[in-house]
Design a protein around this ligand. Structure first.
Ligand SMILES: Cc1ncc(C[n+]2csc(CCOP(=O)(O)OP(=O)(O)O)c2C)c(N)n1
Ligand SMILES: [Mg+2]
Length: 572
């Protein structure tokens, strides 16, 4: 049959059950806009900034087994979308980013058309694959290929550039003549599995790490079963938060370094570490000298879907290419009848360190205010919120100190119930993530807790929320400051005006001006306000005045991210 490339695109998306499209109007993709907006199959949402479209598509990849689509206009739309796509790239989340382009004959080489930009060069380093559809009769093939690349191996964003003449061009096609690419997930061989079993059975101080790859491969139940079978000390990365519920007996805390001192001790003293779907990013306190040295004799087994990831950040005793879930199924079957020789006293020590760490952060929350002030501290604020969040809620955390304290107190019951973007740590993903979560889960509460700085990065998305009926509850930790930078200026440079101080934004007023509800709250008025927000039929912003609160794991960022670099004051 004869069809336009725009229509072929939408048909292929449908075939793959890709239904969430986020964009800001783009004349050159007007036919895609027309088609997507008319077809009730699609959740078609226009955002107030293209960055948010990228973040929303990223969240779809975290919340579903599918992927989102985002697009913006040629030039500025394409450049505005970059941060959203980059954050998904850093989290290994699949999405399809489309950029329209000027007419083919004017772009390569360019004729200085209005808004001309080299989209391929822009997206090359933050996508797995970036291509221009130059011929309408290859469109179906390239769209199929893009979707396959995004989802296979180590997942990630892919990019297609579509010149306007190609997008509107009609072409004869038979969609079924291009079958979808469906490759079985890789499984390790028996000899390799036996070696893993051997290492685990004979380990004295074993630790299990679940990464985002476990969530992505739907291996959460299998990882939990592994923890049940072995009883080994277990932690999950920031991308894997929620894989191990916090009431598990051998749970040492989750979220890389923010898991706290129990997980740090476990990882620093382990003789065998089994990591599944984890890339050993800077969040993981292993092999980060001088603070977290690589331990002599420590054997690390890394299981990942991507060969290139193996051994990139830590030296390995064993590297295995496998789908996380398939690997875990095989491993669990082999471990069921085994006796383990792990040192129970060491495990007890690790768990008691974790318990002490929990007491340490609870003690800070007990103080209620920060030292020498009567302003609410962020630990007390986060703990109070944690008691209000309903069991079935999806929680999103954004900001600096806000993020640290949020992660310290909010429960993560499943990776799909708890959203963060640890790879890029890009402030401002929070509200678009929360909007996407509510779009997919209109009947569940979605609670965003964000710093005031992060909130203003994408605060315009309150309008998207109000317009689209995405009744998210946002709680702003308002310290009128890029809080995480306060100790940087004050402690490192003895400089109180380092550029960290912000105006006290009236977030309740801001919310109202976007069509949401807004309230200024205190610790005392928070519970009632929160309960009202749960019942509201509009998005709600609660503005909570807090003070910067030092977190016990703060030193990690300076120690690890900057390694041995010494800063000293500049005296002009
Ligand atoms: C897009 C982006 N810009 C800058 C940073 C660096 N940064 C990390 S935390 C932080 C301060 C965040 O302030 P806020 O959101 O108010 O949270 P708070 O630390 O005050 O809780 C900054 C500027 C970043 N991570 N992302
Ligand atoms: Mg702040």
């Amino acid at each position: 049959m004869t069809d336009t490339v725009s229509s072929i695109l939408l048909k292929i998306l449908k075939k793959h059950e890709i239904k969430n499209i986020f964009c800001l109007p783009a004349a050159q993709l007007a036919m895609v806009m027309d088609g997507a907006s008319r077809d009730p199959y699609f959740n078609y949402i226009t955002t107030r900034h293209e960055e948010a479209a990228g973040h929303m598509a990223h969240a779809i990849g975290k919340l579903t087994n599918s992927m989102g689509v985002c697009f913006g206009t040629v030039g500025p739309g394409a450049t505005n979308m970059l941060p959203g796509v980059a954050a998904a790239w850093a989290d290994n989340i699949p999405l399809l980013v489309l950029t329209p382009n000027n007419p083919s004959r004017t772009i390569d080489p360019g004729k200085d058309q209005l808004q001309q930009a080299d989209h391929i060069a822009l997206y090359k380093s933050i996508t797995k694959w970036s291509a221009t559809i130059r011929y309408a009769d290859r469109a179906a093939e390239l769209i199929e290929r893009a979707i396959h690349i995004a989802r296979s191996g180590r997942p990630g964003p892919v990019h297609l550039d579509i010149p306007v003449d190609i997008g509107v061009g009609a072409v004869e096609h038979i969609l079924s003549s291009i079958p979808s690419i469906d490759i079985p997930r890789p499984v390790p061989d028996t000899a390799a599995m036996n070696q893993v079993v051997d290492l685990l059975v004979n380990a004295s101080r074993p630790v299990l790490i679940a990464g985002g790859g476990v969530a992505r491969s739907n291996g959460v139940d299998e990882f939990r079963e592994l923890v049940d079978i072995t009883g080994f000390a277990a932690t999950a990365t920031m991308n894997g938060r929620g894989i191990i519920p916090d009431d598990y007996k051998s749970y040492t805390g989750c979220g890389g370094i923010l898991a706290g001192r129990g997980a740090v001790k476990a990882l620093q003293e382990a003789d065998v570490i089994l990591s599944v779907g984890c890339k050993f990013s800077s969040w993981i306190p292993v092999n980060k000298p001088p603070l977290y040295p690589m331990i002599e004799g420590q054997k690390i087994i890394q299981v990942d879907i991507d060969n290139e990831t193996l051994g990139r950040c830590v030296p390995l005793a064993m590297g295995l290419v496998a789908d996380a879930r398939e690997f875990l199924k095989l491993l669990n079957a082999s471990l069921k009848e085994k006796n383990f020789k792990n040192d129970q006293k060491w495990l007890k020590d690790v768990l008691s360190t974790h318990k002490k760490y929990r007491k340490e952060i609870n003690d800070i929350a007990d103080q209620n205010t920060t030292k020498d002030t009567n302003i609410l501290n962020e630990a007390a604020a986060a703990r109070a919120i944690s008691t209000l969040i309903p069991e079935d809620a999806i929680v999103v955390v954004d900001g600096g100190q806000t993020m640290e304290w949020g992660h310290s107190f909010f429960r993560a019951t499943h990776p799909k119930n708890y959203l963060f973007a640890p790879g890029m740590g890009h402030l401002g993903f929070g509200l678009p993530f929360a909007n996407a979560a509510k779009l997919l889960n209109p009947d569940r509460p979605v609670v965003l807790v964000t710093g005031d700085g992060a909130m203003c990065c994408t605060g315009q998305e309150l309008e998207t929320a109000a317009r689209c009926g995405l009744n998210v509850i946002t709680i702003v930790f308002n310290d009128s400051c890029w809080g995480m930078y306060r100790p940087f200026g004050e402690a490192l440079f003895d400089n109180k005006e380092f550029g960290q101080t912000l105006t006290n934004v009236k977030f309740a007023d801001l919310a109202k001006s976007y069509g949401c509800l807004g309230e200024e709250v205190t610790l005392e008025s928070l519970p009632d306000a929160f309960n009202r927000a749960l019942k509201a039929n509009r998005p709600v912003v609660l503005d909570l005045h807090v003070d910067f609160t030092e977190h016990p794991m703060d030193f990690f960022w300076l120690g690890v991210v900057f390694e041995n670099i010494q800063f000293s004051p500049v005296h002009p």
